[in-house]
Ligand binder design. Structure first.
Ligand SMILES: Nc1nc2c(c(=O)[nH]1)N(C=O)[C@@H](CNc1ccc(C(=O)N[C@@H](CCC(=O)O)C(=O)O)cc1)CN2
Ligand SMILES: Nc1ncnc2c1ncn2[C@@H]1O[C@H](COP(=O)(O)OP(=O)(O)OP(=O)(O)O)[C@@H](O)[C@H]1O
Length: 288
């Protein structure tokens, strides 16, 4: 299924549910402007304050469901036995390192895993990418790497080019990220300004399902970044990058458990210790 198809499917599913954000968003202009820049349907003009109020309640209900799910996943992650976690970290990273879609990728975005957040480890994948860096921002593996840097609290995150793990410093959230300028005082390349597209994004998250839903940590950083980046890809007629989320077994939910809003960008594939789970047709074509 295409990404647009998935998004449409997610909206349709939500529209059949009473506490549905999609219902709220297609009916209420204040939230349309918050979540979705589409013009409001004409019928909205006649909406009453009551409708607004109940829309607001629905919206709060969905955010509350997300919050409850986040807490339960955080607990499950904390309860994971350290040796199984480390086995799963190795299995997931080995799958990535062997995968043709990873090996053939030339430019990619990846997160710098944070062990206190119990995120799937990316250190092995990153050190493989960054071995023997060259001066032009590429590495001897031929890959160019961009990693997240949070700029402010308004869901704004950039993806900046790095060539060494030493390029990273701890931020206020205790996550490693690059300074905006490198050791020579040059601005790091922002992926939004790059002349070529990334082929692959390796994404973190708290929960995922096999239809591509992803629950993040609640900052909206990735959803906002992905929305902007996918718009840029479309404007430039570039090939869509593959969105691949890394997931421990306990993070994979049954379908229908993860609440979503139209802002949530679905992923193309999951990598769990059991293997790659391709979701969209793009992933089925590339993840074999
Ligand atoms: N490794 C990594 N880097 C990333 C992200 C990420 O999820 N993982 N981000 C993706 O957005 C951005 C940073 N966003 C973050 C959002 C929340 C928390 C965090 O510590 N959350 C706590 C709960 C805090 C609270 O509720 O007050 C947690 O999840 O336990 C960290 C980073 C950019 N860089
Ligand atoms: N495209 C966007 N632009 C601006 N704000 C956004 C966007 N997407 C989400 N947000 C905001 O981010 C906040 C958190 O959203 P949500 O709970 O869906 O995040 P998440 O999926 O858990 O996080 P992330 O995207 O960082 O993984 C919400 O208040 C939402 O309004």
């Amino acid at each position: 299924m295409s990404r647009a198809g998935l998004r449409q499917k997610a909206k349709l599913v939500l529209m059949t549910q009473p506490y549905s954000i999609a219902t709220v968003l297609t009916q209420a202009p204040p939230f349309c402007s918050l979540f979705n820049p589409l013009p409001a349907p004409r019928s909205i003009v006649t909406m009453t304050n009551n409708t607004h109020q109940s829309s607001n309640t629905h919206l709060e209900a969905v955010f509350n469901q997300k919050k409850i799910l986040r807490s339960s996943i955080r607990k499950a992650l904390k309860g994971m036995d350290p040796s199984s976690r480390s086995q799963e970290d190795n299995a997931i990273q080995n799958i990535i390192l062997e995968a043709p879609w990873f090996r053939s990728s030339q430019r990619l975005c990846a997160y710098i895993s944070c062990s206190s957040l119990r995120e799937v480890d990316t250190s092995k994948v990153l050190s493989e990418i960054l071995q023997n860096p060259a001066k032009d921002g590429h590495t001897q593996t031929g890959k160019r790497l961009y990693v997240p840097r949070v700029e402010d609290q308004n869901s704004y995150m950039r993806m900046l080019n790095i060539t060494h793990m030493d390029d990273l410093i701890s931020n206020s959230m205790n996550i490693l990220e690059p300074a905006p300028v490198d050791g020579d005082g040059n601005e790091r390349e922002d992926v939004m300004q790059a002349t070529d597209p990334v082929d692959l994004l390796l994404l973190p998250g708290l929960a995922f399902d096999k239809s591509g839903r992803r629950l993040g940590r609640g900052g909206g950083y990735y959803d906002a970044f992905l929305k902007n980046y996918l718009e840029l890809v479309k404007e430039r007629n570039w090939k869509q990058p593959l969105l691949v989320a890394l997931s421990y077994s306990v993070q994979i939910m049954d379908e229908g458990v993860i609440p979503v809003t139209p802002n949530d960008v679905p992923v193309d594939a999951l990598v769990s210790p059991a293997g790659v789970i391709p979701i969209t047709t793009a992933a089925q074509e590339r993840c074999h």
